[in-house]
Design a protein around this ligand. Structure first.
Ligand SMILES: NC(=O)c1ccc[n+]([C@@H]2O[C@H](COP(=O)([O-])OP(=O)(O)OC[C@H]3O[C@@H](n4cnc5c(N)ncnc54)[C@H](O)[C@@H]3O)[C@@H](O)[C@H]2O)c1
Length: 320
């Protein structure tokens, strides 16, 4: 087989060594685009046998200009930047990595929950400012026996549920696409969304972003939540209506929020979410660990090598 050419459209990684190692069996030449613009992507991808992509956009009109592409490997688990249907029509296999950061995101959601429940950021700010006192953090409630509601029960919340249970939390979930049997097998209680909102002290969002879920957490939903409950979002920012969230926090309907994702990233410098003792913000880093990135690159590149070798990929994306 002649040496395959693999185009890398964009790469946020410190190095591509894990990907190179996983591709070694097909001995490729790797060409990295100067930027993620369509022209720069085409300059390296037009005659490539495969593409590795992170955030660059691969719409149908770009895909139609590829002369010999057999595989597109997405470094990540969302494929909204690729026209998957057009790729299928052109005979291009698209792969992704749905399971590289389950440990990390579930740990991050648990860390946010614990930090809010124990008021760690507020306590730290007080002590850093020279105040060593308890009244400022009163009240803090015992975690054991309180209820965590998971909205969505895919890979990440399935990893989170046992961690939460280890802290004594009762875990309920709402996932309209999972059978009660599957939920029972995972040891969690399936409930309606209204019931989850009514009984949960902590609500953690894990649904995918779609036209049906955009703005799912709006003023009506916040009004149905238990007074003083806490919202945690490690899924996608637009699932939450931020103006409604700010209003619910101002009214005290919500006791706090912890967000790894926001509607517009990076967060606006004048966002009304900033400067609050009961809001924790992290910059969309829930997926990250050194190990997760190695796993991501290795799995993605290994699947591209499989397709180039005529073997079925482990993680194909099916056009919906
Ligand atoms: N912050 C980060 O760094 C980061 C990293 C990875 C994933 N994510 C996000 O985390 C979320 C969960 O990822 P995952 O791997 O667990 O997803 P997954 O694909 O394994 O599962 C998604 C689940 O959501 C359910 N669902 C669909 N619509 C729903 C609705 N309206 N209400 C409730 N449930 C619904 C589906 O039935 C499915 O079980 C996604 O939004 C993903 O984009 C964020």
């Amino acid at each position: 087989m002649p040496r395959p050419l693999i185009a890398v459209t964009d790469s946020p990684f410190p190095s591509l060594d894990p990907a190179r190692a996983a591709l070694a069996r097909v001995d490729p030449e790797l060409r990295v685009a100067k930027s993620a613009s369509a022209d720069d992507v085409l300059a390296v991808a037009r005659d490539a046998d495969a593409i590795l992509v992170t955030y660059a956009k691969l719409p149908a009109e770009l895909l139609r200009q590829l002369t010999r592409c057999k595989a597109i490997g997405r470094f990540g688990l969302g494929v909204d930047n690729i026209d998957v249907k057009a790729a299928a029509e052109l005979g291009i296999t698209v792969t992704y990595v749905p399971d590289y950061c389950m440990h990390e995101v579930s740990d991050h959601a648990m860390a946010l929950l614990l930090a809010l429940a124990r008021k760690v950021p507020l306590s730290n700010t007080l002590v850093q400012g020279g105040r060593w006192e308890m009244p400022a953090v009163v009240p803090i409630h015992r975690l054991a026996g309180r209820v965590l509601g998971l909205v969505g029960f895919g890979n990440i919340p399935r990893a989170l549920a046992p961690k939460a249970k280890a802290f004594g939390l009762r875990v309920v979930t709402h996932d309209p696409y999972m059978s009660p049997d599957a939920l029972a097998a995972a040891g969690v209680e399936g409930v309606s969304l209204d019931r989850l909102l009514e009984i949960s002290d902590f609500v953690s969002v894990h649904a995918p972003l779609s036209p049906a879920t955009r703005g799912l957490f709006n003023a009506d939903v916040f009004a149905k939540m238990k007074k003083g409950a806490v919202l945690i979002n490690t899924a996608r920012g637009p699932l939450v209506d931020e103006e409604a969230l700010v209003a619910a926090l101002d009214k005290g309907q919500l006791g706090g929020a912890a967000l790894d994702v926001v509607t517009t990233e990076p967060l606006a410098k004048d966002s009304k979410l900033l400067g609050r003792d009961n809001v924790i913000l992290t910059p969309h880093t829930a997926f990250y660990s050194v190990e997760a990135l190695v796993e991501l690159q290795t799995k993605c590149a290994a699947d591209v090598a499989r397709v180039l070798s005529g073997e079925p990929p482990v993680y194909p994306v099916k056009p919906s």
